[in-house]
Design a protein around this ligand. Sequence first.
Ligand code: AMP
Ligand code: MN
Ligand code: MN
Ligand code: MN
Length: 278
Amino acid sequence: MLNVDLHCHSNVSDGALRPAEVAARARANGVDVWALTDHDEIDGIREARETARALGMRHVTGVEISVTWAAQTIHIVGLQFDESNRDLQQGLINTRSGRERRAHEMAAQLAEAGIPDAFEGALKHVGNPDLISRTHFARYIVELGVCKDISEVFRNFLVEGRPGFVPHRWATLKDAVSWIRGAGGIAVVAHPGRYGFDDVALDAFLAEFKRYGGVGIEVVTGSHTVDEYARFAVVARNYGLLASRGSDFHAPGESHTELGALPPLPPSVVPVWHDWRM
Ligand code: AMP
Ligand code: MN
Ligand code: MN
Ligand code: MN
């Protein structure tokens, strides 16, 4: 069976490794088909593709777009698009554009909470100045010894109701799906178990996602429990969505899961790669 990993990050967004290092790590872990899906960025794709090819691994273009839907942040993974598409490129530039100002506001809040110089501290972990993310702040807070790991940071800081949380307006669901489709790609809901949707909210969201032309949903991801693999396999079947698998790997020793190490998709679903030539 093919080992497919269609969700992970490099230091072009909030991962810790260069795209080539992520590719090599995926290959070493036995991945056959691989997509780098940096947040709101496709700058790592060229290096990812070249390295994957050199290592004999099938490469798929990828991105993870930040979306605001019903006042909530949702992530949409795009796969198999043409990265030279201008509308997609411009859409991603616009989506990234508020991050630096947001980061300054986050740092101001953290300073009031007794964590000084967080903007500069986070920046030391940033590989791409256009993409300062909460993860970079989290790494700095761990480095200071204020929290023991990233999970502890995201329980005490950077989330709603805690210091360092700055609400942000990302792309619309319609735009994100349209950019991906317009570039010839397919849109996939990232880690649906992370949004706290009950069945009613999930139904409203998926109806709209499908209306815009979304076709896939992650079932096996590093963000899901084993129970959620089963829940979202049923959802994929009931909604006629293709199922995806991805580790959401960010950094060695930091992520929940390692590249290529998750269980396979349940046999009841149709994989997003079912009709890919490989
Ligand atoms: P941002 O796009 O700046 O809002 O940052 C979002 C990123 O923060 C996600 O892509 C994750 O990498 C990270 N993140 C959010 N919540 C958690 C969490 N509970 N544990 C670990 N990482 C998290
Ligand atoms: Mn991330
Ligand atoms: Mn995500
Ligand atoms: Mn991700």
